[in-house]
Design a binder for this molecule. Structure first.
Ligand code: NAP
Length: 308
């Protein structure tokens, strides 16, 4: 099988930790080049910006955009207008409107556009979705608490307007929520905690409403030291499901379920290949819409200044 030549744009933490190894193991893609202002990856041809890449390598037909959300729109626009199939790290944009604009542009250009939600490919998510599909839900509790100093050292963009703050990890929980719940929910209240020296929240409490008075609560906090918590618990009429470790572990009524783990990012690249082959796009914006709703509906508290 001929491999699709792909370039990564933005070689930072997630490109190094996940994208480059996943592409190396892919039977659909080869990493043909990078666009990186800081040097790129060892042994891979690098270009200073997307214009240089597009001029030099017309044979590259797919791009994976791994930079933070704020600079992504202009680069994605160039990618799509050049006819490249384009994969977007989460979140797919800094605003809902720009993600919608890219969706329309990709449709007009006839290229594949993929808004990735890596947490949906965690080992327990598909099985959780299948189990919940047949049950009546009573209550859902999401607890997503981690230490920002540990996971985002020196990343200033997460604290700048458009960086989303605690919603940068929290949107992963919302991507799982929107995947596994059988019916849509909508936000009914939110409280966002902003450090007095930052543009984005360090914590958020959200409540969603669903059919039959279903309540979903979500507690996101970036101040968690010690054990880290990425749990979703769903109480149903006949049993309790718990996804933990960000979706990697699944318990049903305290019984740990056997799971096949093929990896989140290998799953994303396999899906990207399938979308390209089928001539489709996948731009599910529901997690981003919930975050936008939280900024729109949420009460704001000012909390102690945060220093790295
Ligand atoms: P990062 O390491 O801070 O930045 C990624 C790279 O983006 C930078 O190294 C830089 O690459 C490029 N970049 C930064 N600012 C830019 C700008 N203004 N214009 C153009 N390029 C710019 O961030 P990250 O942790 O990899 O996160 C990137 C995206 O992946 C985010 O949307 C994040 O939510 C998502 N993500 C992160 C993680 C994680 O664990 N960190 C997990 C899943 C998803 P060059 O120096 O090569 O130009």
């Amino acid at each position: 099988m001929t491999l699709t030549k792909l370039a990564i744009i933005g070689v930072g933490k997630i490109a190094r930790d996940q994208h480059i190894p996943a592409i190396a193991g892919s039977d659909a893609f080869e990493l043909a080049a990078t666009v990186s202002r800081s040097g790129g990856a060892d042994g891979v041809e690098n270009h200073e910006d997307i214009d240089a890449l597009l001029n030099a390598r017309p044979d590259i037909t797919a791009l994976s955009l791994c930079m933070p959300p704020l600079p992504r729109f202009e680069i994605a626009k160039k990618a799509i207008l050049s006819g490249k199939h384009t994969m977007l790290e989460k979140p797919p944009g800094a605003t809902v409107s720009e993600a919608l604009a890219l969706t329309d542009l990709a449709a007009a250009q006839g290229v594949t556009l993929f808004a990735t939600w890596h947490s949906r490919y965690a080992a327990g998510v598909a099985q959780a979705k299948a189990w919940l599909a047949e049950r009546k839900l009573n209550k859902v509790e999401i607890i997503w608490k981690e230490d920002v100093r540990r996971w985002h050292p020196g990343q200033d963009w997460i604290w700048e307007a458009g960086g989303m703050g605690v919603f940068d990890p929290g949107i992963n929980a919302l991507s799982i929520m929107t995947e596994i719940l059988p019916d849509p929910v909508h936000l009914i209240s939110a409280t966002l905690a902003f450090p007095e020296n930052r543009d984005t929240p360090i914590a958020a409490d959200l409540t969603f409403s669903g059919p039959d008075d279903l309540r979903v609560t979500a507690d996101f906090d970036w101040r968690q030291e010690g054990p880290q918590t990425w749990d979703i618990t769903v109480q149903t009429e006949d049993g309790t499901l718990r996804l933990s470790d960000g979706g990697a572990t699944l318990h049903i009524d305290d019984t740990k379920q056997a799971l096949e783990d093929t990896g989140e990012y290998p799953g994303l690249y396999a899906r990207f290949a399938d979308l390209i082959a089928a001539g489709d796009s996948d731009m599910d914006l529901r997690p981003l819409q919930h975050v936008a709703d939280a900024f729109m509906l949420g009460r704001r508290d000012t909390v102690a200044a945060f220093h790295d």
